[in-house]
Design a protein around this ligand. Structure first.
Ligand SMILES: [Zn+2]
Length: 512
């Protein structure tokens, strides 16, 4: 802490001198971004300024007379805004396979957070994975969470409650990941095997996260309208030990603005009890996940499903019947993988001359992923405005859902430009400063002297998301100038092919 303070005061001192001293005029800069409007990522009002970049960092913000400095390159930002690169707190993708990540960059995202929903790579051997990612050179910065489900699988306890010894092993694996630089633990309590975790296990692991000053992000137990409060309660229980965060907040088959307000109030009440609870949300009213989501808890795995077909097919049939009806019917499931990719369950069933339920029973819970149109636009729109709610994509370069290509652009196009539900400053805060603060990324997400130069220069009026459900892999438009760690990677709308992302490692554990 003291070290940090000293470091900070030296930084302020140096910056102060540069600002006043005539030596400033002689400074050599790499980039002079001139005459822009700075939206700094804190939510505060924008202001006109020049931004000077040297190396990988922002060196100066203020009025600059171009004749008095030497800058290698100049970007004329007049008529445009300068914002921090966006931070996507809930993303998917494999930097070892698709390190280009054009889908993210094109919508202004310069940092993605992986290891979500309880699933993360290389549990217990993260240092090696980080090295591999560094060698591959990702185009965006990568932050990682340690997945509770992956830890659980490694300890191989099946559906049981872990013994004390097994809990100890899980704690150790988690600790190893956090030591290596993971930003916290992610949970996937609606999925196998996270769904088998009970209170004691969650508490024991939450303590490890809390001791490391890190955060727990959770795909909660249920996102159904009738269970959203109890899911938040469970998360709040973990929140006694560490900050907690609800991933992709949504209310499946809930409706209306009032219901959204109720949930936001519920979150506020939890926060008022001293629990540090935040959430992210993606701006679409369809989710995307395996079709296992419509199967009962006792038929989620391949073997359970086969068992159920043998032993209680009628119960399964009835369950699926009800579930489909509840989830807006077979028209509301649009396959994104498998043999029916691109058509709805209704269309697939018609094509096969079967009922939708029969087709589902035949396919099984693990056979395909789909977009599920189960959310109410008005409700989700109101949730987006919540005070501690930030933007995520929950998307990837390969997922058959527009959110992986459109989310951050859509927030500006839809919430700022068209609906005017958010000011530009608020929207940028939800996409940069707020996620940085929540995750504990200290040197990104704001435009301030000394911060890393992840920057966007664009005209917000022309930002467009192009991806649709029919055509989900269309890059967003409008973020024409993008800088990652001080390197311009997109110029006048053209990618330059440079991959300048860094692996971000969390160093919040005291003494690290
Ligand atoms: Zn999820």
């Amino acid at each position: 802490m003291l070290k940090k303070l000293i470091k900070r005061s030296i930084l302020f001192f140096v910056v102060g001198i540069l600002g006043m001293n005539s030596a400033f005029a002689q400074q050599q800069w790499d980039w002079h971004i001139s005459k822009g409007t700075v939206v700094d990522g804190t939510g505060e009002a924008s202001y006109k300024a020049d931004v000077l970049v040297r190396g990988d960092s922002i060196g100066y913000i203020g009025e600059v007379n171009a004749d008095t400095i030497r800058a290698e390159h100049v970007i004329n930002a007049s008529g445009k805004v300068i914002t921090p690169g966006f931070i996507d707190p809930h993303a998917h993708g494999n930097p070892l396979e698709t390190p280009e990540f054009n889908n993210f960059l094109a919508m202004g995202v310069t940092t993605i957070v992986l290891g979500q929903d309880g699933s993360s790579p290389a549990v217990g051997a993260l240092n090696k994975w980080f090295e591999e990612v560094e060698a591959k050179k990702s185009a965006v910065n990568i932050a990682l969470f340690s997945g509770h489900g992956s830890i659980r699988s490694k300890v191989n306890i099946g559906k049981q409650n872990p013994t004390q010894k097994e809990v100890k092993r899980m704690r150790k694996l988690l600790q190893s990941d956090l030591n290596a630089g993971a930003f916290g633990m992610s949970m996937g309590l609606e999925y196998v095997p996270g769904m088998y975790a009970e209170k004691n296990e969650l508490e024991e692991l939450s303590k490890v996260v809390g001791d490391a000053n890190d955060i727990i992000m959770s795909h909660m137990r249920s996102e159904d309208n009738s269970e959203i409060e109890s899911s938040l309660d469970e998360l709040a229980m973990q929140g006694k030990y560490a900050p907690v965060h609800a991933s992709h907040l949504k209310v499946v088959y809930g409706e209306g603005v009032d219901r959204a307000k109720e949930i936001l109030n519920y979150i506020s009440e939890i926060r008022n009890r001293g629990i540090d609870l935040t959430a992210d949300i993606y701006p679409y009213s369809a989710s995307f996940t395996g079709i296992g989501i419509v199967f009962p808890d006792w038929a989620k795995t391949e073997s359970e499903w086969k068992n159920a077909l043998q032993e209680r097919p009628e119960v399964l049939r009835q369950f699926l019947e009800n579930k489909l009806a509840q989830r807006n019917g077979p028209e509301a499931i649009l396959f994104g993988s498998g043999e029916f990719a691109g058509i709805t369950l209704k269309e697939a069933a018609d094509q096969e001359n079967k009922s939708a339920v029969d087709l589902l029973m035949e396919m099984g819970p693990q056979s395909a992923s789909a977009a599920h149109f189960v959310m109410d636009q008005e409700l989700q729109d109101r949730l987006m405005l919540g005070e501690n709610v930030m933007v995520s994509s929950d998307g990837s370069p390969t997922m058959h859902h527009p959110r992986g290509y459109g989310s951050f652009a859509k927030v500006i196009r839809y919430y700022v430009n068209e609906k005017e539900l958010l000011s530009l400053e608020e929207a940028i805060y939800k996409m940069s400063g707020l996620p940085a603060k929540t995750l504990g990324i200290e040197d990104r997400g704001r435009i301030q002297e000394g911060m890393k130069a992840d920057l966007l220069i664009f005209d917000p009026k022309v930002v467009q998301d192009r991806a649709t459900f029919a055509n989900p892999h269309k890059l967003a438009d409008g973020f024409d100038w993008i800088m990652v760690n001080g390197t311009l990677v997109r110029e006048e709308g053209k990618f330059k092919g440079e991959r300048k992302g860094q692996v971000l490692k969390d160093r919040s554990i005291s003494g690290k």
